[in-house]
Design a protein around this ligand. Structure first.
Ligand code: P5A
Length: 444
């Protein structure tokens, strides 16, 4: 891809309306364009990153045996009246009437919709457990949409739902998602900490938010620092192994402000281990038993002939919010350098030829490198404009491909000037460069 032909509308300066760095960068490099308050179009660069995040989220859902479905964005009010949430949800719900004057709504979440699908399809305990998920747009008429796509009104969410017979089985499903979330965020090169959280309008009494640290985050957190040293590596999907893993996390005090209790905090956490800070909620999981299944009559036959309501949980990841969250974690605002994790980078490599009007050799060389990288599944962008070196580097530093190859006067012979976007350059032959990038890509 040539930069001159790509739809990447870069701004010279930071847009003044953006208050946090992710919003600034996303507008600056044309990842998104605001359509109206809290509603955005996704332009090629932003869309590419979001799709890559979505793919990782999907792969990790599939790995725990969840099955993908797709529910509509528009729902009927009837199922929400059955659950009792139609009135409770209040003004955050966007209510719509169709031409027959039927009350419809743009789904803010899908507990009701999925319970309706379940109850009409499955009738026996033999079909359980079931884990279903979809990745779909949501709408919440947030009172204060802000920070760009971080708190949007329309946003892209992965939401999953589990169905089990007993509480014990349901906790096992919950734990599967708990592990799957840790794995997902790790592949996005984020450290997300699970924290005991409030359940709000979703309901239930067991819930964890997954939070990444950021000064600009909207969640206040109180935690024992040692939780950051934990890993879930090696955890398999067996009941006992998952239970142990969750316990390992839960032994450390780690809560959001709704759950904060000063006395408890001071009793349980030594002063040197206390951390009070802010973070971004990138995921949230809930266990609410039969809250929806009872209200909506979703029951299955049990072995003895009796019936019981299924026990459910729901599990959300903010896919569009993650684009901003990764920027908050990785963007060096002072030096204006973005370094996307290779797993979600819009391009793996930026090829930066210094083009001289009377000599097309640098561009030719860039084209050859491009096709060689392409053969090796490495996605590159060539800056084919005739701007000067520093403005080219500046632009590419903002676009944030993790690697750069500069073709200038210095690049004689087979050696190329290669660097990580935030690192020192070294002279390497192309095959060595391909080896480095491929190795890095495969490690994810
Ligand atoms: C869990 C899945 C739920 O809605 N029902 C289905 C449950 N949970 S939640 O916490 O309300 O949302 C899940 C995640 O979605 C992201 N999110 C948002 N992203 C951008 N803008 C918003 N306005 C917004 N609201 C929620 C968050 O990442 C949240 O963890």
């Amino acid at each position: 891809m040539y930069l001159s032909k790509s739809f990447i509308p870069i701004l010279k300066n930071n847009p003044s309306e953006a208050k946090i760095k992710s919003h600034q960068l996303m507008l600056r490099v044309g990842m998104i364009k605001q359509a109206s308050a809290g509603i955005y179009s996704w332009l090629p660069l932003g869309f590419k990153v979001m799709k890559k995040i979505e793919t990782i989220v999907r792969q990790e859902q599939d790995k725990i045996g969840a099955q993908e479905i797709l529910m509509p964005t528009i729902q009927t009010s009837e199922i929400w009246k059955e659950s009792g949430r139609y009135d409770d949800y209040g003004e955050e719900m966007l209510r719509i009437k169709d031409r027959q004057n039927r009350e419809m709504l743009y789904g803010p979440t899908n507990e009701e919709q999925v319970t309706d699908i379940f109850r009409s399809s499955l009738k026996s305990y033999k079909s359980l457990p079931q884990l279903l998920y979809h990745i779909q747009w949501k709408f919440r008429d947030e009172i204060r949409p802000r920070f760009g796509i971080m708190r949007g009104r329309e946003f892209y969410m992965k939401d999953a739902y589990s169905f089990d017979i007993t509480d014990e089985d349901a906790f096992h499903s919950y734990n599967k998602f708990f592990l799957s979330y840790l794995r997902t965020f790790k592949r996005l090169s984020l450290t997300a900490i699970p924290m005991a959280a409030d359940t709000g309008p979703i309901g239930g009494n067991l819930s964890h938010e997954f939070i990444i640290l950021a000064d600009t985050g909207e969640s206040k957190i109180f935690t024992d620092k040692r939780i950051f040293d934990l890993t879930s590596e090696g955890t398999n999907l067996e009941k006992s192994s998952l239970e142990q893993m969750r316990k390992k996390y839960e032994q450390f005090y780690s809560v959001t402000d709704e759950k904060f209790n000063k006395e408890e905090f001071e009793k349980m956490v030594l002063e040197k281990n206390r951390l009070i800070t802010k973070g971004i909620e990138v995921g949230h999981i809930f266990y609410f038993g039969d809250k929806y299944s009872k209200a909506m009559n979703a029951a299955v036959d049990l072995p003895g002939g009796k019936k019981d309501f299924v026990k459910m949980g729901s599990y959300g990841i903010g896919v569009s919010r993650l684009v901003g969250a990764i920027i908050e974690a990785k963007y060096d605002e002072k030096n204006e350098i973005m370094k996307w994790p290779l797993s979600v980078a819009p391009y793996d490599v930026a090829i930066i030829p210094m083009i001289n009007k009377n000599d097309s050799s640098a561009l030719e060389k860039a084209n050859n490198i491009y096709s060689e990288l392409n053969k090796n599944n490495i996605d590159a962008i060539i800056d084919d404009t005739d701007e000067n070196y520093s403005s080219k580097i500046k632009k590419m530093n903002l676009i944030g491909a993790p690697y750069q190859i500069v073709i200038g006067k210095k690049s004689e012979g087979d050696l190329l000037e290669f660097k990580e976007v935030d690192g020192e350059s070294q002279d390497l032959p192309l095959n060595k460069i391909i080896e480095i990038i491929t190795k890095q890509k495969n490690s994810n």
